[in-house]
Design a protein around this ligand. Structure first.
Ligand SMILES: [Mg+2]
Length: 230
């Protein structure tokens, strides 16, 4: 069973899929927008197109050695949205609507056990941070969630850093923010390659959030955030 080891002084969390979730789910909202633009497509079909487009952008970033910036993030989402909704009458309008949709706090929900878990970890004296492969929209989203104000100036966004997870420099930037050596840092996230393996490769400790039990071979994993308190 994973526990937070005594040596940990600071814990960084991933944002999307760990603390924050699109509500309604992304394929549902994509399908709604597609319908409004003349493409009758199911959320299931969107999900499969989205996943293929998303993976292609992951490969593109890998070939760029994980370099990123605001332009690259907009390009990523433009490609993912237009591929997911291929066949709509006005792909540019769909892109703008969806890009803006996910900049609004009311398009997101907080994990049900996030607030209590964060408060209790803070009460134990741990420094908390947020480290996300996202863009400037995350600032607008965070402004709508007072429970996430505990991260203060320890919000690390890949488009600002110039390198995204799992790039080593991303984790080094996060470590500098809290003035801790890598060995005293823990990363908690839902993405095996970007969060869990990226953190381990940077010398951090790591716990994978694996709510559906997809990674039985990962030694250190939890199904719910509240398990961090055990
Ligand atoms: Mg995630």
């Amino acid at each position: 069973m994973p526990r937070i080891s005594q040596s940990v002084r600071a814990v960084y969390f991933d944002a999307v899929g760990t603390l924050l979730f699109p509500e309604p789910p992304a394929p549902v909202i994509y399908a709604q927008i597609a319908h409004q633009h003349g493409l009758p497509i199911s959320a299931e079909e969107v999900r499969s197109r989205f996943w293929a487009a998303y993976q292609e952008e992951e490969r593109a970033d890998h070939s760029l050695q994980w370099r990123t910036n605001e332009d690259r993030e907009q390009q990523r989402w433009h490609r993912i949205i237009t591929r997911s909704l291929a066949g709509v009458a006005d792909p540019e309008a769909c892109y703008r609507e969806l890009f803006e949709h996910f900049a609004r706090p009311d398009s997101w929900r907080l994990a049900t056990d996030a607030q209590d878990t964060l408060t209790q970890l803070q009460n134990r004296g741990l420094v908390l941070g947020l480290a996300s492969n996202y863009d400037h929209r995350l600032w607008k989203v965070l402004a709508g969630f007072p429970a996430l104000a505990c991260f203060h100036n320890r919000v690390v966004i890949s488009a600002d850093v110039g390198i995204r997870k799992p790039g080593r420099e991303f984790f080094e930037e996060a470590a500098q923010r809290v003035h801790c050596p890598a060995s005293e840092l823990l990363f908690v996230g839902d993405d095996r390659a970007n969060d869990y393996e990226g953190a381990l490769q940077a010398g951090w400790q790591a716990i994978l959030l694996d709510p559906q039990g997809r990674h039985p071979d990962v030694r250190s994993r939890i199904k719910r955030l509240a398990e961090l308190l055990e």
